[in-house]
Design a protein around this ligand. Structure first.
Ligand SMILES: *Cc1c(COP(=O)(O)O)cnc(C)c1O
Length: 347
């Protein structure tokens, strides 16, 4: 199916809002087009609606052209955008691996799109056949998250590409944790898969969660449609400026991501020695899914000591589990000390 056929009819017909800064780029002698206040100069000018400088920088980093990049207010905007562009409310559906990141379902619910959760394998492996079998003529989107939240494991890019090639609709791969993973990104596979969208974010390895910058890599055709549907000035000037600063620290970020991966493996080695810990799942991200004897009890016990982890005990296929972020050296130390104390008290 062509992208044009997959797009919602009302979006296909959409006449987008044309903002002043889209019509003229470059330097002008007088900007008298946007009713800004030119007499107080701090944040008086609208930002670049397409964030081109940031896209050029990200494109260079990931080996794609700026025209293949959409920027959203966090991945959350990118996720919502997929539904708003491709899924007709009350008619179309989306298929997703399960368990996974909660926003795919929340955005489906908000957009009145049926959400079909397909269990991962026993060891949280990706089952391409099961995902494809859950699709029908109204399935517009398949969601895959790799490395997956909350399970922590990454999927073989070849299996993801196989899904993207065999599925007639849009396949989205959320790579929020890709900088911690030993497996390569699927961004390099975009040319093979015209209906693939790869999402990344500045919120995790890049330490920019407060900036709210999500990235969707896709064909220029998909990016152009997303740009028509987004709010005209979605990425504010402070975010654009600070994003460039963060991206300039690429070497430092890579070194820290490697350090965090080492810290994760050291933390795993300590956790498995505790009586209360039944299993630590292998992780390609900056968090660990940990199966414990009494998850609700341990969660409350840690919370009472000011240590907040994520209780995943009531999540499908995660019963007994807490999800723990790899923190600073002192945070990890505090966690381990508290867990050892808990172990001693229970015995
Ligand atoms: C944290 C996370 C994100 C990040 O979302 P932002 O809106 O960019 O902060 C995206 N996807 C997954 C799976 C995550 O865990």
């Amino acid at each position: 199916m062509s992208i044009e056929q997959l797009v919602r009819p009302n979006i296909r017909r959409l006449q987008p809002y044309t903002c002043a800064r889209n019509e003229y780029t470059g330097d002008a002698r007088a900007w008298l087009d946007a009713n800004e206040n030119s007499r107080i100069c701090v944040y008086n000018r609208y930002p670049d609606p397409l964030s081109l400088a940031v896209k050029e920088r990200i494109g260079k980093l990931r080996g794609v052209s700026a025209g293949q990049i959409f920027l959203g207010v966090g991945s959350d905007e990118c996720i919502d955008m997929v539904y708003r562009v491709f899924c007709t409310p009350g008619t179309d559906n989306a298929v997703a691996i399960d368990p996974t990141y909660g926003m795919y379902r929340v955005c489906a619910d908000i957009n009145d799109v049926e959400y079909r959760a397909v269990d991962l394998g026993e060891g949280y492996e990706l089952d391409a056949e099961a995902l494809l079998a859950a699709t029908d003529a109204h399935t517009k989107v398949i969601w895959i998250c790799s490395p997956n939240n909350p399970t922590g494991n990454a999927f073989d890019p070849d299996t993801i590409v196989e899904v993207a090639r065999r599925f007639n609709g849009i396949t989205v791969v959320d790579e929020a944790y890709i900088d911690f993973s030993p497996l390569p990104s699927t961004v390099s596979r975009l040319a093979e898969c015209p209906r693939l969208i790869v999402m990344q974010t500045l919120s995790k390895a890049w330490a920019g969660a407060a900036l709210r910058l999500g990235i969707a890599f896709a064909s220029a055709e998909i990016v152009d449609i997303f740009n028509k549907v987004k709010y005209p000035y979605n990425i504010n000037v402070l975010t654009q400026r600070e994003a460039l600063r963060l991206l300039d620290a690429e070497d430092h970020v890579r070194a820290v991501a490697a350090e965090l991966s080492d810290a994760r493996d050291r933390l795993t080695a300590e956790l498995v020695m505790l009586d209360t810990v039944e299993h630590v799942y292998p992780s390609a991200a900056n968090f660990l899914l940990v199966k414990v004897a009494d998850p609700d009890g341990l969660y409350a016990w840690l919370r009472d000591r000011g240590i907040i982890v994520r209780n995943r005990n009531r999540v499908n296929m995660c019963s007994g589990c807490l999800r723990i972020t790899v923190g600073s050296e002192s945070e990890n130390e505090l966690l381990l000390q508290s867990l050892k104390e808990y172990d001693t008290l229970r015995n």
